[in-house]
Write a protein that binds this ligand. Sequence first.
Ligand SMILES: Cc1cc2nc3c(=O)[nH]c(=O)nc-3n(C[C@H](O)[C@H](O)[C@H](O)COP(=O)(O)O)c2cc1C
Length: 221
Amino acid sequence: MVGQWLKISKNWSDISKNSVAEILNQRRACRSFLNRRPPEGLILELVDKARRTPTAGNSQGVEFLILQEEDEVEDFWSTSLGEKDKKSFSFPGLLEAPVLVVPFGVPALYIDRYRERDKNYTTLGRGEEEWKVPYWLTDAAFATMALQLLAIENNMESCFVGLFDREERIKEKFEVPKTHEALGVLILGYPDRQNQVEGASQKRKRRPLKEVAHQGRWNSQ
Ligand SMILES: Cc1cc2nc3c(=O)[nH]c(=O)nc-3n(C[C@H](O)[C@H](O)[C@H](O)COP(=O)(O)O)c2cc1C
């Protein structure tokens, strides 16, 4: 049905402002935020919605570290970058964001789930090394994307960045179990439109649809 509707739709102008299609059209990573906090309770409400995205075997092994008190956010950046790098950071407006959400995948919850009777025909219950695709990170990414869309619906913007070697320091600082795997960090807040900066990667052109959508077979024309 949706496909049919898309075909007959002449343009996107009849799509309402907050439709998923419109939000995806508008969405860009934001690297400069106002020092303005979201209403009390909003972020938790959005995380509650975002966690309704699918999880493999309904394992529900995605958890979130939510930092929105000023000292928590400050601690995150000091731990992540260190005081010296914080001063020379290329996107100072990013550090103004009032909210940080670090989504974690919990491998043990997936392994336990796939050891249950209806799933133990797979070998996935044997341990992490059996998982060609670590579904805990797949599911964490689904939830994180939902959170980004929900943020836009609530007039906020976001930027997702990786943690790399900072992950262990952050886990230790915020007492996250060592076994949990961070996806990265979603930086959230209200955009500072006067001081927007574009990251180098953002300047890259979008690849043509025909290069990425392979219809029927890989080398179709
Ligand atoms: C998995 C992932 C990791 C990213 N890591 C970084 C990062 O470390 N630093 C950064 O400035 N942006 C990072 N980004 C943001 C991308 O650079 C940005 O989304 C991309 O350039 C496309 O721009 P757009 O989001 O505005 O469409 C990351 C995005 C994703 C999805």
